[in-house]
Design a binder for this molecule. Structure first.
Ligand SMILES: *[C@@H]1O[C@H](CO)[C@@H](O)[C@H](O)[C@H]1NC(C)=O
Ligand SMILES: *[C@@H]1O[C@H](CO)[C@@H](O)[C@H](O)[C@H]1NC(C)=O
Ligand SMILES: *[C@@H]1O[C@H](CO)[C@@H](O)[C@H](O)[C@H]1NC(C)=O
Ligand SMILES: *[C@@H]1O[C@H](CO)[C@@H](O)[C@H](O)[C@H]1NC(C)=O
Ligand SMILES: *[C@@H]1O[C@H](CO)[C@@H](O)[C@H](O)[C@H]1NC(C)=O
Ligand SMILES: CC(=O)N[C@H]1CO[C@H](CO)[C@@H](O)[C@@H]1O
Length: 427
């Protein structure tokens, strides 16, 4: 392995600067788990470059956890049981390889040289703090939750399972609490099995992301993309993945999401639920062809699906709230299951801009005068009934629902929204 510095072997290990020589140490306590209650217990690791065993940070621990010179820690560093309220900085400035770090309460995390890890779970209870994982290339799970002021995952390319970034500790919607918004910058991310952006994420950047849902077999609800953002904060999220060509699993949009742009999508098997509460609504653009299902609910501002296969067989439900001009995409979508009694039923393409549409001649009636704006404004009190998929109690469990638990059989075009959606319109 690369850490070994054979040049200095024979000079005597005790006088060397930290990190100059591989020196393996071990946590010696029962089952190799060091129960850490005080920073003093770390003094025995001075001069160690490899530490085997595990460190369990006890609830009574207070202070920073710093291990200089350690390049490999194949075991786990985790908080055990109740969160330690006094855990400050966790810093391993030379660490390259790590088993897992799972800290349910931590102020700052500096692992700037870390390249590979199995699991990274970092939960920050305060309102500021930094995560420096600037060299991390690959991990199985990366779950970063809380109101971090900065999260550096600028080298992260591959997440085997779950990449989760939430502005709240439990990744749960709670409209009574305010969270500072976080920015999620994933400039190198190419593939993950599941990506979740939760609660208070104000910006996201995934310029190189190509695949979501790479693992077989597909496990429903832990494969796909979930955008589950607080609404009415004035900070609606725009999600744009210009290179994303494959999604398997579910794609769920809930709450304050104003943009979903998937301009390279052409493969995968995905069930889509759009349920934006952004104001005025969600702008959708995608080269999507045949989803497993497509539910268009909530606030829709525009939709353009130039490659969509309207003859493909899939579960379908269209019941967005806004009354928006009927373009070709909307016209074709409504034709899948015509519903003339719907408030914003779109059965003729409206002339947009100067380019007249000759596919469907204009009739005498202007359908847009039949506005549903009152629905929207009277709807704000019914938040509790919407099928949001905020994670519940167990913060490690993904309960993102597939719609409201409905899975439509493939091969049939079905209209199912009425019961659920009608509960929003509290006439
Ligand atoms: C260490 O972490 C891994 C991955 O998170 C987990 O599977 C394993 O059970 C943990 N081992 C211990 C001793 O905590
Ligand atoms: C992290 O620790 C929490 C409890 O502190 C546990 O519920 C969760 O399963 C752990 N996550 C991983 C990935 O090990
Ligand atoms: C993130 O970490 C990388 C690698 O250490 C560093 O080059 C980069 O400047 C950091 N980015 C930010 C925004 O701090
Ligand atoms: C209709 O489709 C066009 C592209 O042809 C798009 O620019 C526009 O935003 C769409 N309008 C609506 C209301 O969806
Ligand atoms: C909607 O609310 C407005 C006042 O905000 C009220 O005048 C109107 O009657 C309401 N409409 C319905 C359908 O409840
Ligand atoms: C991992 C996985 O489920 N891959 C599938 C993604 O969707 C495409 C198209 O349906 C399948 O061919 C893959 O097997």
């Amino acid at each position: 392995m690369k850490y070994c510095s054979t040049l200095v072997i024979g000079l005597g290990i005790w006088d060397l600067p930290l990190g100059a020589l591989a020196r393996e140490c071990s946590t010696t306590e029962s089952e190799q788990i060091l129960q850490l209650t005080s920073p003093d217990q770390l003094d025995v690791f001075e001069g160690c470059t490899i530490i085997t065993g595990h460190i369990a940070i006890e609830p009574s621990y207070s202070g920073d956890l710093i291990l200089n010179g350690v390049t490999e820690f194949p075991g786990n560093i985790s908080t055990s049981g109740d969160s330690p309220l006094g855990l400050g900085l966790v810093e391993l400035p030379n660490l390259v390889e790590l088993g897992a770090v799972n800290l349910s309460s931590v102020a700052n995390v500096h692992l700037p040289k870390l390249e590979r890890a199995v699991d990274i779970v970092l939960v920050q209870p305060g309102r500021s703090g930094e995560v420096d994982l600037g060299s991390l290339v690959e991990a199985n799970n990366v779950k970063i939750r809380g109101s971090w002021t900065s999260i550096n995952v600028s080298s992260l390319q591959t997440v085997g399972q779950v990449a989760q970034f939430c502005g709240s500790q439990f990744c749960r919607m709670n409209s009574n609490e305010e969270y500072p918004f976080i920015s999620v910058d994933l400039p190198e991310l190419v593939t993950t099995n599941y990506l979740e952006l939760g609660v208070s994420v104000e910006s996201v950047s995934v310029p190189l992301l190509e695949v979501i849902g790479h693992q077989e077999p597909e496990v429903q609800h832990v494969q796909g993309l979930t955008l589950n953002i607080l609404e009415n904060t004035g900070k609606d999220l725009d999600f744009n993945a210009p290179k994303l060509h494959t999604i398997n699993g579910t794609l769920e949009v809930n709450g304050g999401v104003s943009g979903l742009s998937l301009g390279a999508l052409n493969d995968g098997s995905v069930g889509i639920t759009l349920n934006s509460r952004a104001s005025p609504g969600l702008n959708v653009y995608s080269t999507l062809k045949t989803p497993r299902h497509l539910y268009i609910w909530g606030n829709l501002a525009s939709i353009y699906l130039p490659s969509f296969d309207y003859d493909g067989t899939f579960g379908f439900s269209i019941d967005y709230i806004n009354d928006i001009p009927c373009n070709e995409t909307l016209y074709n979508l409504w034709q899948i299951f015509p519903n003339p009694s719907a408030d914003n039923y779109c059965d003729e393409i409206e002339i947009q801009d100067e380019e007249p549409s000759d596919e469907v001649p204009e009739d005498t009636d202007d359908t847009t005068t039949d506005t549903t704006i009152t629905d929207e404004s009277n709807n704000t009190g019914a938040e509790g009934t919407e099928p949001q998929s905020g994670n519940d109690d167990n913060s490690e469990e993904f309960v993102s629902g597939d719609g409201a638990g409905m899975v439509l059989p493939r091969g049939g075009v079905t209209m199912i929204a009425a019961t659920i959606i009608s509960s929003w319109f509290s006439f």
